[in-house]
Design a protein around this ligand. Structure first.
Ligand code: NAD
Length: 328
């Protein structure tokens, strides 16, 4: 039986990956600071532990796993990453995790390790025009990410690539573009735009309000990838012979206002949008899927609306539960 190690298995993408690997018949060990919040533990073995601790890292990488997926990071949406208040933790915690994980995997002769980088590594100067952002993989340098989160991701990409060059480790690196879906942060300060907007629309709908607040002017553009396609791309990349880094994202670019309107449509409500000051990040960002298609013969194709319908239903359910308990 093949064995996989999923680091960050209590988080959003990590626990979805555990589920997917279990369906494929893998024996899976998950590691995280916390258990998955919205579902049961599905890993065969789940270690509650801190990957900043190099001793713990070596303990959980106690064998030559067939596949290691590294999702653990100190991260969140714009409200967590772009305020500046969490910069030291974001850089320190995530860099330590990656340093420890690589050393532990190297010692155990783990051959294949996946690292989840981010579209946040792309330079700010290529993302000023909301209509024409440039996010081709080879546009990453000269580097100028707009957040410390992006700088740490870029540093860690380089770290993984150095282990590949010097020690022959088969690393696979994806630059994820806004992954969304059910069973992720929706109200803990780390939620991202799709979940946050689903929550705002659901709260307005259930409380009979007539408006929602949106950070910024709503004209900033992004693309959003449903988690199932993120997993599909990740597994295809992992089992390919392409080291990366490569974008895993959707090319269906929308403004934040368009995203909000799509969610309102799904919810069956019409609400006013009040634009308020808030952290917004770069003005435009979209996945460029030429490289992934060239290397893997595959690229994401699911319409945004499909994933949003599933996600909205799940968030509305969470909002109902929270309202019943008087928590919202
Ligand atoms: P998440 O926050 O839900 O999951 C990350 C998990 O890492 C959390 O469960 C957290 O508890 C765990 N973790 C943090 N510090 C740890 C530590 N010291 N020891 C053990 N576990 C620790 O985030 P996610 O959305 O599932 O993202 C997974 C990965 O993908 C992250 O590396 C993230 O930076 C990257 N990524 C995600 C997106 C996205 O849109 N979700 C976009 C780009 C990149």
């Amino acid at each position: 039986m093949k064995k996989a190690l999923v680091l960050g298995a209590g988080g959003f993408i990590g626990h979805h990956m555990v589920r997917r690997l279990k369906k494929e018949g893998f024996w899976v060990r998950g590691v995280d600071l916390k258990y998955p919040e919205f579902c049961d533990v599905e890993a065969d073995d789940f270690v509650l532990g801190d990957l900043r601790d190099s001793y713990l890292c070596k303990q959980v990488v106690d064998q030559k796993f067939d596949e290691v997926y590294q999702f653990a990071a100190d991260m969140g949406g714009a409200g967590y990453v772009f305020t500046g208040e969490n910069d030291a933790n974001i850089m320190h915690n995530s860099a330590l995790i990656n340093l420890n994980v690589l050393e532990a995997c190297y010692r155990r002769n783990v051959k294949r390790i996946f690292y989840s980088s981010s579209a946040c590594i792309y330079p700010k100067y290529n993302q000023e025009d909301p209509e024409n952002p440039l996010c081709a993989e080879d546009s990453a340098y000269p580097a100028l990410p707009d957040s410390e989160y992006g700088w740490e991701k870029l540093f860690s990409e380089r770290l993984y690539l150095a282990f590949h060059r010097n020690y022959g480790m088969e690393v696979r690196i994806a630059r994820y573009h806004n992954i969304f879906g059910p069973e992720g942060s929706w109200n803990d300060g780390r939620e991202k735009a799709p979940a946050a907007l689903c929550r705002k629309v659901a709260v307005a709908k259930l409380k009979g309000l007539d408006s929602i607040e949106v950070w910024g002017d709503g004209k900033q553009t992004r693309s959003f990838l449903y988690v199932d396609e993120c997993l599909e791309g990740t597994l295809r990349l992992m089992r390919s012979d392409w080291t990366g880094p490569v974008n895993i994202g959707s090319e269906e670019m929308v403004t934040i206002d368009q995203l909000a309107h799509m969610i309102m449509d799904i919810a069956g409500v019409r609400l006013k949008i009040l634009h308020i000051p808030g952290p917004v990040g770069v003005k435009g960002r979209n996945s460029d899927n030429r490289l992934i298609y060239k290397k893997l013969g595959w690229k994401p194709s699911m319409p945004l609306r499909y994933g949003l319908e599933i996600t909205y239903r799940w968030v509305e359910e969470q909002v109902k539960i929270a309202l019943d308990k008087g928590l919202l």
